[in-house]
Write a protein that binds this ligand. Structure first.
Ligand SMILES: NC(=O)c1ccc[n+]([C@@H]2O[C@H](COP(=O)([O-])OP(=O)(O)OC[C@H]3O[C@@H](n4cnc5c(N)ncnc54)[C@H](OP(=O)(O)O)[C@@H]3O)[C@@H](O)[C@H]2O)c1
Length: 248
């Protein structure tokens, strides 16, 4: 597989996806704000470059494109927020921040990568199409209280992915992974409370929270040539939370 860029590649799900893609033989390019974490991850993974920067800065995306070069086999955008708040506590600045990080950042990342993704496919890298994976949440398809801002932003990601999947086919496939609560640094404020975590786990048919590797396994598959006939899909990795009720 050709090089894959992973925004948020030092995070819980992003780093697990990086490891899963390295196991499939892909070279990588990671993006995040903290250069020491990027350096550590690149040293662990091997064949991995990185760019330090903030996805709220539009200048980041062309810089990543320059540093990645003119060929790219796939893209994963694993940056996101979980700022839960009742409606009365939300303000435009908070909602805009969620939108910029989750949705606008995903758009700008794909936009900057399209020429290199198309160039790889045109050069006949032997894989038929390039894979893009974006992240939503179980809370976009299910209504959960206090999730208004993140649900708006992730709903936008799902709409974006469908439009991109139509427009960029057949060269580029675009899919969305929608996790339920997963044990990563992002979710730590919720998962570190053992009583709360086990209460939430019990709402899932599979009776546990997600692990980063659960989510990464699907993300790595969707980027890879094995998923060459899968595009325009939103797929839950959610222990059944989006579709199953085991009580009542
Ligand atoms: N964990 C969950 O329960 C859960 C549930 C549903 C959906 N998701 C989604 O899954 C995806 C991955 O989440 P995660 O749980 O793996 O998060 P995480 O562990 O917090 O990792 C986030 C990654 O993004 C980077 N990052 C954060 N803000 C950034 C910014 N402004 N600019 C550039 N990089 C930034 C972080 O590195 P730096 O801090 O060094 O920048 C890190 O590499 C997200 O889209 C999230 O919304 C997660």
């Amino acid at each position: 597989m050709e090089r894959v860029v992973i925004y948020g590649g030092t995070g819980g799900i992003g780093l697990a996806t990086a490891r899963a893609l390295r196991a499939r033989g892909a070279a990588l390019h990671l993006v995040g704000r903290d250069s020491e974490r990027l350096e550590r991850a690149a040293a662990e993974l091997g064949e991995t470059g990185f760019t330090a920067g903030d996805v709220t800065d539009p200048a980041l995306f062309p810089r990543v494109a320059d540093e990645v070069g003119d060929r790219l086999g796939g893209l994963v955008y694993a940056v996101g927020t979980i700022q839960l708040a009742p409606v009365a506590k939300l303000d435009p600045a908070r909602i805009e921040a969620d939108f910029r990080i989750n949705a606008l950042g995903a758009f700008l990342a794909v936009q900057a990568a399209v020429p290199a993704l198309k160039a790889s496919v045109a050069a006949g890298a032997g894989e038929g199409s390039a894979g893009v994976v974006l992240f939503s949440t179980v809370a976009a398809a299910q209504g959960f209280s206090h999730h208004a801002s993140v649900a708006m932003a992730k709903g936008a990601v799902e709409g974006l992915a469908l439009s991109l999947a139509a427009e960029l086919a057949p060269a580029i496939r675009v899919n969305v992974v929608a996790p339920s609560l997963t044990r990563t640094p992002l979710a730590e404020s919720i998962t570190r409370n053992a009583t709360l975590a086990s209460g939430i786990a019990s709402m899932h048919a599979l009776q546990r929270l997600g692990e980063p590797e659960d989510v990464a396994a699907l993300a790595a598959f969707l980027v890879s040539p094995e998923a060459g006939y899968v595009t325009g899909q939103v797929i839950g990795v959610d222990g059944g939370r989006s579709s199953l009720r085991t009580k009542g």
